[in-house]
Design a protein around this ligand. Structure first.
Ligand code: PLP
Length: 340
């Protein structure tokens, strides 16, 4: 059933799928991407032999449209999502979707579902989910030769609510192998994170913190967000690792942190070092910036800044990022694209 706009409670949207009027679809066959278009049907019809059902050729992206105070709509660095999508495609042996067409299609989906972009100041946004799957029949393990690319949109509240510190547990599982698919945004990485996150939730934690899969010594990232810490010297540090997803939020915060004099650096961070950070947080499109209240490891809880309060550095970074996204403050050149 299609979601009616009048049935939405902007302040209590949660992070759940809703069937909006329009999505974009393009298909790849005979060695090239066909022309795409907006369609109304949210259903996908697949053969039982479709590649995606057996060998997991799927990649996705996540980005948001923000309602500005003047009623117009902002996109935050959609070209970066287009580029990462092409890199993920390459790792999964899929045909890259042209980056300019990706951004154009995102805009079409936002405009077609315009009334679903939540009002300014509701704290909610329109989340866009581009994805691609292998659809042709395979039995032997091989890449598909036909693909479907889609972008759907869903109005969402904050994924992890605002600036409330959350408790994390260091996972005994790995989410991605050292030279595996950790740098690609692909469903398989999430499939392997499901059991760890179910167990974490059962024990009262918001999510898992994963260690590097080779030595289990350095901090990698959370299930769906990158890690940063503020050292005792006040430096912004975030892990450098082959098995983490390169977050666009992280790359943006590295630039903002530089402007704020936090001398940011990407380097390996041992777990012991993470325990003694002045502040720490999770960063990603869905999480925005979410402060880390504590990290539990081998039964011992390490409180970072506070379990109830958010630190000043995190608060300042959060405010600057969100102000840029909503167009309240001018960001670096090219970060925001306004549509109306
Ligand atoms: C999407 C994602 C992130 C966050 O990336 P953004 O570009 O900031 O949204 C971080 N880690 C993982 C595993 C992800 O899938």
């Amino acid at each position: 059933m299609k979601q009616k706009v009048e049935d939405l409670d902007w302040k209590n949207l949660g992070f759940v799928y809703r069937d909006l009027p329009y999505r974009y679809e393009a298909k790849y066959k005979d060695g090239e991407w066909q022309e795409g278009k907006l369609i109304e049907n949210s259903t996908l019809v697949l053969s039982e032999g479709a590649e995606i059902l057996h060998y997991g050729q799927e990649i996705f992206e996540g980005l948001k449209a923000y309602r500005r105070e003047d009623g117009k709509i902002n996109l935050f660095r959609p070209d970066e999502n287009a580029h990462r999508f092409a890199l993920s495609a390459e790792r999964l042996a899929m045909p890259p979707f042209p980056e300019d067409r990706f951004v154009e299609a995102v805009k079409q989906v936002v405009l077609a579902n315009k009334e679903y972009v939540p009002p300014y100041d509701s704290g909610a946004t329109l989340y866009l989910r581009p994805f691609m799957i292998g659809t042709s029949n395979v039995l032997g393990v091989q890449a598909a030769n036909e693909y479907t690319f889609r972008i759907f949109a869903v109005p969402v509240g904050a994924y992890i609510k605002g600036l409330n510190p959350a408790d994390y547990i260091v996972s005994e599982y790995d989410r991605a192998a050292y030279a595996g698919t950790g740098q690609a945004k692909t469903s398989g990485n999430y499939a392997s994170s499901l059991l760890p996150s179910v167990e974490a939730h059962k024990n009262g934690f918001a999510d898992c913190l994963y260690l590097d899969p080779r030595e289990h010594k350095y901090v990698d990232e959370f299930g769906g967000a990158n890690f940063y810490g503020i050292t005792q010297e006040g430096q912004f540090v975030t892990p450098k690792s082959k098995s983490i997803l390169i977050s666009i939020t992280k790359r943006s915060l590295l630039e903002l942190a530089k402007k704020q004099g936090l001398n940011p650096v990407e380097r390996q961070i041992t777990l012991e070092e993470a325990f003694i950070m002045k502040e720490a947080g999770a960063m990603g499109t869905a999480a925005v910036i979410s402060p880390v209240g504590s990290i539990t490891y081998e039964g011992k809880k390490h409180v970072i800044y506070s379990e109830t309060e958010t630190g000043p550095v995190t608060t300042k970074l959060y405010n600057e990022l969100v102000d840029i996204q909503y167009g309240k403050q001018e960001g670096p050149e090219g970060w925001v694209q306004t549509i109306d």
